[in-house]
Design a protein around this ligand. Structure first.
Ligand code: DQA
Length: 192
């Protein structure tokens, strides 16, 4: 990023790796980055304190475990696992965790487990989006921002998909960009 004079760039340099246990007790790797200013003469000036890696939890609801084989004309041919690997490569500075369940209560448990400690949640509630006051109540209770995503443009589809119980309690919604909806949601949380 250049300043007004066009002669300064800000860079993040990975300075430390550490291990931590996530909300489900698994060991995860966390990276600490340091923000540097680099000027024309390639002098490196550390001008900020170390910045901890952001942690974003992706939660997918019912039937999204079938991505890749489920209605490919609507949802595409890629499995979520394959897409998730690409997403992690796009954001090496972010700790991304992925969880999927077909069960409403288990999704609520995951929201409660992660929704007070990470930096943001990306939630595709699947069909529960259109039915679940319980998931909406769970989101309402959390302290971290939740971004609602949908792969398809639900507003171009059946009328029963036009209403979401989740939208009013989410920070924002990203709808209809295919799998790229998740990337856009990561960007939104990073910038938020
Ligand atoms: C969906 C849209 C929902 O209406 C549907 O029930 C899904 C997927 C989407 O990502 O486009 O399961 O959330």
């Amino acid at each position: 990023m250049y300043n007004d004079h066009g002669n300064t760039i800000l860079v993040f340099i990975r300075v430390a790796d550490s291990k931590y246990t996530n909300d489900t007790g698994e060991w995860c790797l966390s990276h600490t980055f340091s923000l540097y200013t680099v000027n024309h003469n390639t002098e490196y000036i550390q001008n900020q304190k170390n910045i901890a890696m952001k942690r974003i939890q992706i939660i997918n609801g019912p039937n999204l475990n079938l991505l890749g084989k489920r209605e490919p004309t609507v949802y595409g041919n890629q499995t979520f696992e394959a897409y998730f690997n690409e997403l992690k490569l796009l954001f090496p500075e972010v700790q991304l965790d992925y969880f999927q369940s077909n069960t409403e209560g288990i999704l609520i448990d995951k929201l409660q487990e992660t929704g007070f400690s990470c930096d943001g949640i990306i939630l595709n509630g699947g069909a529960y989006t259109h039915t679940s006051i319980a998931i909406a109540d769970a989101i309402r209770s959390l302290t971290v921002p939740v971004v609602e995503v949908h792969i398809s443009n639900v507003f171009q589809r059946e009328e029963y998909r036009h209403h979401s119980f989740l939208s009013e309690v989410c920070k924002g919604c990203i709808v209809g960009f295919g799998m790229d909806s998740y990337r856009l949601a990561v960007e939104a949380i990073i910038r938020f």
